[in-house]
Design a protein. Structure first.
Length: 502
């Protein structure tokens, strides 16, 4: 009798266990799936005179490849993201959602449809992860998933169905997650969010740079086109002057898959600060050297120009993108060309983003101290920061709040991590000059010339040799051409002085 009772209890327990597994397994498996609607956040955009009189209406946004249909809330969010990015170009008279009202056919307009295709092309390391498949997905610890997440955006612009412009963008990011499993999809979704952001920015850039877009709306306008962005005639960029450093050397370093770079060039500012002449050209040329001479893969280099280099952009790429991508033992290169600003009370130095305001530097600017703190957290072996800017507030590539006086600053007082080498265009009390006849910043011109080969020793360019070449050249030209003192600075630990750049 007791055996029968035990057997009955055992069978009941088995049935309950199987029922629990039947209920729990779908929950467990669904919790391990990547959320493909991990969209970036929309943002507020300041009001500025638009560059054209075209209204843009966003109509349909669809996503392929999802296991279930996108919700109305998710569709509304991704529309808001597109709207904020398009408004931020100040290209269209207005950017509207067709679901919020009818199209005003009396005005010039275009309609935009968007198709998104997110993908997770990753897989488990089955050699160590196989017990996690079944029946232990909750508590098997050695799970590793590695791969790429990508986002493809197909965009159609039209006024009528017979005349269309089709644009496309593809952006991807690599990931590797250990202890992947129950509720461990967040690191992958963060990479997916970055891919969405990059693809959206690329599509928007294509829209405002494609002359056929305005022609499609039958619009004539006085906008000046360039290969990078649309610039209203009120704030023209510096004319592009070709010099010897714009012709790349034939030699190229071996590609380093674990080398990452952020290149920033801010020439025009939202707050109508003085233009930082040639900053965009500087940044574009530095990117060319990084990707075609110094061995940095193109997908590992982010270039932020003018309106793409806001305070939020700097925080996102310095604080998220680098930490999500740079692996142990990697190399990082940061280049900045634009205005710097001092804090008159503390003497701290700040980078001035596109939307920065020296009067409210704590709220709008990005401090070097904050940058160095973020770089110190990376697992990179070596980091180079090149600053073609100055921070005294005394002119050149430096600005200061109205009524404040220029400062004498000591760059060496900044808390620079031991794995970071800093090349700056001038000492703390000096200004950073341009080199008009070469079409570059004075410091950047000689930095590029050194990388091209003038600072080469035994077939390579080391940071110490590069600095030894830059310093006397910049000092000589600054005195001769501008009657200025400009002394570049190198702040680096001994072990990084011999770091090979090319």
């Amino acid at each position: 009798m007791n055996r029968l009772k035990l057997g009955s209890v055992s069978n009941s327990f088995k049935r309950l266990f199987m029922l629990a597994m039947f209920i729990l397994m779908p929950i467990v498996l669904s919790s391990c799936s990547v959320k493909f609607t991990s969209f970036p956040q929309p943002f507020e955009v300041s009001k500025t005179e638009p560059a054209s009189d075209v209204n843009l209406y966003i109509d349909s946004i669809n996503i392929k490849g999802l296991s279930s249909a996108i919700s109305d809330q998710e569709r509304k969010k991704i529309k808001e993201v597109f709207i904020s990015h398009l408004k931020n170009t100040h290209f269209f008279k207005s950017v509207l959602d067709t679901s919020m009202g009818n199209i005003d056919s009396k005005e010039r307009y275009l309609i935009m449809d968007v198709l998104l295709l997110p993908k997770d092309e990753g897989g488990f390391n089955w050699k160590i992860s196989w017990p996690a498949i079944y029946p232990m997905p909750l508590y098997w610890p050695l799970q590793t998933k590695k791969g790429d997440v990508s986002v493809t955006i197909d965009c159609t612009l039209y006024r009528d169905k017979d005349n269309k412009i089709n644009l496309s963008s593809y952006k991807s990011n690599k990931y590797e997650v250990t202890f992947y499993g129950f509720f461990r999809t967040k690191p992958i979704e963060e990479k997916l969010e970055i891919s969405y952001e990059d693809a959206i920015q690329d599509i928007v850039r294509q829209i405002v740079n494609d002359k056929k877009v305005l022609a499609l709306a039958d619009v004539s306008t006085n906008i000046t086109y360039s290969t990078e962005k649309v610039v209203p005639p009120k704030t023209p960029s510096s004319p592009i002057i070709k010099s010897d450093v714009d012709e790349l050397p034939l030699t190229k370093a071996k590609a380093n898959k674990n080398a990452y770079a952020i290149v920033i060039g801010i020439e025009q500012y939202r707050q109508k600060l003085p233009a930082a002449d040639y900053a965009v050209h500087d940044a574009q040329t530095v990117t060319e050297y990084l990707t075609k001479v110094m061995g940095y893969p193109e997908e590992n280099v982010v270039t932020l120009l003018n309106e793409r280099a806001t305070n939020v952009d700097l925080a996102k790429y310095f604080e998220k993108w680098l930490s999500n991508n740079v692996e142990k033992g990697g190399s990082v290169f940061i280049y900045y060309s634009g205005h710097g600003a001092p804090n008159p009370k503390t003497g701290d130095a700040y980078l001035v983003p596109y939307d920065g305001d020296p009067t409210f530097f704590n709220e709008t600017d990005y401090s070097l101290k904050r940058l160095y703190e973020q770089l110190g957290k990376l697992e990179a072996k070596e980091i180079v920061v090149a600053l073609d800017s100055c921070f005294s507030g005394g002119g050149g590539k430096s600005v200061i709040a109205k009524g404040a006086r220029p400062l004498v600053m000591n760059m060496k007082t900044e808390a620079i991590p031991p794995k970071v080498a800093v090349l700056s265009a001038a000492s703390g009390e000096q200004i950073s000059s341009t080199y008009d006849e070469k079409g570059h910043g004075l410091f950047t011109y000689f930095m590029l010339k050194g990388l091209k080969g003038e600072a080469e020793t035994n077939g390579s360019v080391e940071i110490g040799n590069l600095f030894e070449y830059i310093k006397p050249q910049v000092e000589r030209v600054a005195r001769k051409e501008y009657n200025n003192e400009q002394t570049p600075q190198l702040i680096a630990p001994k072990e990084l002085v011999g770091m090979r750049l090319r």
